[in-house]
Design a protein around this ligand. Sequence first.
Ligand code: GAR
Length: 202
Amino acid sequence: MSDTRKRGAILISGRGSNMVSLLQAAQHESFPVTFDLVVSDKIEAPGLSHASGVGIRTHALRSCRDGRAAWEGELHAVLGEADIDLICLAGFMRVLSADFVDRWSEQILNIHPSLLPDFPGLDAQAQALDAGVSEAGCTVHVVTAQMDAGPVLGQAVVPVQASDSVDALSARILTEEHRLYPAMVAQYAQTFWATKDAANAG
Ligand code: GAR
């Protein structure tokens, strides 16, 4: 039987623990996405060697010295060559241009370590501690041209403890990220393509 699952790419910049949770989820045949490509904007990203070690095709983008258009052109080409349907940003720390997001409209998801719309951008966990909130968490959302502001697919909440350091809070949130991201990817892929396929058939 042919594999009808959608083809996913994971974009990382570093450690890649969310990437690992997605790769593990996709080992189950019932998961609606296969991950066929991991791309990093940093050649030294530990996640990149992990991915190649488990047999996933990897690509390190060249530096963006040639300008963002060239850099995004390379990314677009690599994704196109691999026939990718869905892009999952997993600790990918570069902002994609409105033009790029438009070309992959509704096909890019992101995980962010805060309860958006609170604390977008860098160092979300430190922002939460500085703000003195009693609850923090993570959000999976569809990527739009405005950073960390696209439609929310799901969130997970964790308590903030008085003694929390940034590392302690980040670790508590990360545990939830690893559970939430694969669940939201599966749910999104199932509903998004079912709707699209139905529209195409009609
Ligand atoms: C994760 O906490 C992820 O939510 C965050 O970077 C970390 C990457 O960890 N992403 C962002 O802050 C994006 N704005 P990982 O490389 O182990 O998945």
